[in-house]
Design a protein around this ligand. Structure first.
Ligand code: NDP
Ligand code: A1CAB
Length: 269
């Protein structure tokens, strides 16, 4: 740790990583942000005490460059910074769908590339990031990427061919959980609970259930069976979920996310 890290694209995910690295103890003066909009640059500078530069200036100064723009903006960003990149430097892309090979084709030979799929719980240090090495990546590069991401949660190495599936499961995953939470709160209101009460009940139930899964290591089926008393309320509800094909809907939804991830690289070409 210590070498400069540049974050190019300080939107939702870029700012999440920035704040996480600071909480994790990286000195603010080792972090650079590439941002064109002066208003946003001033806001980031004031909030985090980091230096905000142009993309090329930030990429030239850093050892590790995090690419956190939308997949559709990646080609333009790489075209802008390629002239200042050098062999041995590390590019870490967090963009859905974009492969390391696609990036390697657009940057000078010898630049190391790592593909990462993070998720937004990183904002509260409970992120899940999966990382995959490109063709010229060394162990030291992977260790550096892991150090950057470990500041905001768990990090797993996966073969790159799994990244579109990872994107569908953990990258987009928080949105599915929030969708379930929204649905349960609305159901609580429908059943006559005040909205604030329904929200408290659902949020704590989700947090508690997640902790139970992680801390017991039990299979979710076992934990669900423990809630399901014979002839009781849970059995009645789960039967409705099965009748409405919720399990099948999750399967096709995540296939759609995986397919969209695959298509994003093509759309960025
Ligand atoms: N949000 C999420 O949960 C996750 C996102 N990702 C990935 O992270 C990436 C960013 O997503 P997200 O943060 O949600 O999107 P945002 O739109 O919030 O952030 C993208 C940022 O990039 C900026 N930007 C665009 N072009 C450039 C450029 N040439 N140079 C510098 N900055 C630029 C945008 O600025 P402006 O607004 O001014 O255009 C914006 O601030 C995507 O590739 C996405 O696939 C991965 C996992 C999870
Ligand atoms: O929706 C998206 O495309 C990004 C990638 C994973 C989560 N958000």
């Amino acid at each position: 740790m210590g070498a400069n890290v540049a974050i190019l694209g300080a939107g939702v995910m870029g700012e999440t990583l920035l704040s996480g690295m600071l909480r994790g103890g990286r000195p603010a003066d080792s972090l650079l942000v590439g941002e064109k909009r002066t208003e946003r640059a001033a806001e980031l500078q004031e909030r985090y005490g980091v230096r905000v530069l142009g993309n090329s200036e930030a990429a030239a100064e850093a050892e590790t460059v995090l690419l956190v723009v939308k997949p559709q903006d990646m080609a333009d960003l790489l075209a802008e910074i390629t002239p200042v990149l050098r062999p041995g430097q590390l590019l870490v892309s967090l963009a859905a769908g974009i492969t390391t090979a696609w990036i390697e084709e657009r940057v000078p030979a010898g630049v190391a590339v790592i593909r990462v799929m993070p998720n937004t719980p990183a904002l509260v240090d409970e992120g899940m990031a999966a990382i995959s090495a490109g063709s010229v990546c060394e162990e030291a590069h992977l260790v550096e990427a892991e150090a950057v991401l470990a500041a905001t949660g768990k990090v797993l190495r996966v073969p790159e061919r799994q990244q579109d599936a990872v994107t569908a499961i953990s990258g987009s995953g928080p949105a599915y959980i929030f969708f379930v939470v929204e649905s349960m709160i609305e159901a609580g209101v429908h059943l006559g609970l005040p909205r604030a009460t329904a929200t408290d009940l659902v949020v704590q139930t989700v947090v508690g259930s997640a902790k139970l899964l992680r801390e017991t290591g039990e299979h979710p089926t076992v934990l669900r069976e423990r809630v399901t008393s014979p002839g009781g309320t849970t059995a009645a509800a789960v039967r409705e979920l099965e009748d409405h094909k919720v399990r099948a809907a999750f399967l096709v939804a995540m296939e759609a996310a995986r397919d969209r991830s695959r298509a994003l690289a093509e759309g960025s070409a």
